[in-house]
Design a protein around this ligand. Sequence first.
Ligand code: AMP
Length: 623
Amino acid sequence: MALLQISEPGMSTAPHEHRLAAGIDLGTTNSLVAAVRSGEASTLADEKGEHLLPSVVRYLPDGRVVVGSEAKAVEVTDLNNTISSAKRLLGRGIDDIKTLAGRLPYEFADSDSQVPKIHTVAGDISAIEVSAEILKTLKARAENTLGGDLKGVVITVPAYFDDAQRQATKDAARLADLTVYRLLNEPTAAAVAYGLDQDEDFDEKIIAVYDLGGGTFDISILRLNRGVFEVLATGGDSALGGDDFDHIIAEWILQQQGEHASNDPQKLREVLVEARRVKEALSLSDTVNVSINDWSDTFTAEQFAELAEPLVKKTLFACRRALRDADIDKDEVMDVVMVGGSTRMPIIRERVGEFFARPPLVDIDPDKVVAVGAAIQADLLAGNKPDTEMLLLDVIPLSLGLETYGGLVEKVIARNTTIPITRAQEFTTFKDSQNAMTIHVLQGERETVEENRSLAKFTLRDIPPMVAGAARIKVTFQVDADGLLNVTAEEETTGAKSSIEVKPSYGLSDTEIETMITDSMVNAKADMEARKLREQQVEADRTIEALDSAMQSDADTLLSDDERNVLLKAREALVLAKESANTDSIKDAIKAMETAAEFYVARRMDGNIRTAMAGQNIDKFKE
Ligand code: AMP
């Protein structure tokens, strides 16, 4: 695989051979699988005709595992062994779930592993294993329907999923024996379902994806640039969804019945079921008859709109904030995609349309749109559309960084960042009057230069003479949509500039990438220690350099011979400590050197010298 994977995985060498591929929406409450058949993407049903698979898994004492509605039906009665919402735990460590655990009805097992496990009759189970069961069920459904083995899948994940959560999703797929062509962000999948990436009239467009489900609300602002989606901002509320709209209707019903709050759970449940029915019926008609036992009344869309206003406003407020985070004006948004069952509510469509001043896209079933987009992408990646231009939805497989003093690597763009991306970082000179700086571009996850891969080296010249640490050198890494890396270095006070383009078309194989990532994990501790040592060595060099520079300029006038000897002794001790390669000894020697030099620093700070000596050197000895 190249640095940036441009030749897509699974590209068929035999263009006419149809490869079976599917898109999977692995949801918190429900999951779906979809595929492209006869050129049309649609979700696949189980043998009962159901498309939605409840994301619920039940473990039985005899080792059997039940997935979907059958498991959901016993969720309440077999709480400890029936796991729902595993997605919330994916990629979370023991420490993360401590805060969540109180709110989850499971018994977490004590274990040495960093991955939290739920105690069930069938043993201790991780969220990855639970998700793998859901994926296995969907895989079987797809293979039965499509009549063959799946070559690969695209699985969607929330745009805000971090690296660990994405990795856990991939691990679940591996356990389910699925080949993952790619993980795709849920909002991106929804935009792909509407073919927004195929719009040739625009080089670049901004898309808002408004996703209101049963219990959560997400807003994402995407930028589509020559087929590449970039998530500019995400926002929302993890505790706001269709259920809240049910509650406001339920409250109205109880009020009409003369009961402000019902303490009877059975009655409340009845009222909530009716409220939900009323809410959903209002999506088709303006007036709905409400009836519970022998009580009945009518409820109108207008009443609903009034009661629902605070909830609607909350979502629009989150939209405004996401736009602000993305630094995008409302009128720059060119398409608004609706996702999630609750976007069927006319009031939502209307208000979102007003907010963005354009009608939102609602033609595709909002429950299925994400899976449909994933299926389209999977079909493309399987190589079933050789004439279509490939989507370059890509991420950087390994971190990109720079060599800094002491042979260390400073990461500038982290692994898995979506392209295109631009990131800049400031560096400074190490020596007084340093007039050139070598920029060494590296790729990999390890801490030191030797253990990463060298991509390019160039030199920034004509840095004006300054004291060490005063120059401001801005190094910008830019990876464009075609996967080309361009690195520019500029000295900001003078504007001296130099750049290089790195063409990463040759590159590492998948196995090499995997080895580099695994190595960085296995060696993480040793690397950290090596890094600390190098950092102390660099600090020692800096301290010596600063002392030498200061003494060269004014030791004759400011120091007696004895004083000079004291300082030189401390310097010698520091040189020895540095050579000992012991982090703590170096640290101590630096401290000792600084203490010994305190009087000298004070003297230098006095009078005229103070102005003459402003800069890093004096700062160093001021501490
Ligand atoms: P999701 O989590 O995306 O499956 O969304 C489920 C939510 O969508 C629930 O709160 C449903 O009540 C809501 N929903 C489904 N159909 C409709 C409809 N026709 N009108 C209003 N809300 C709906």
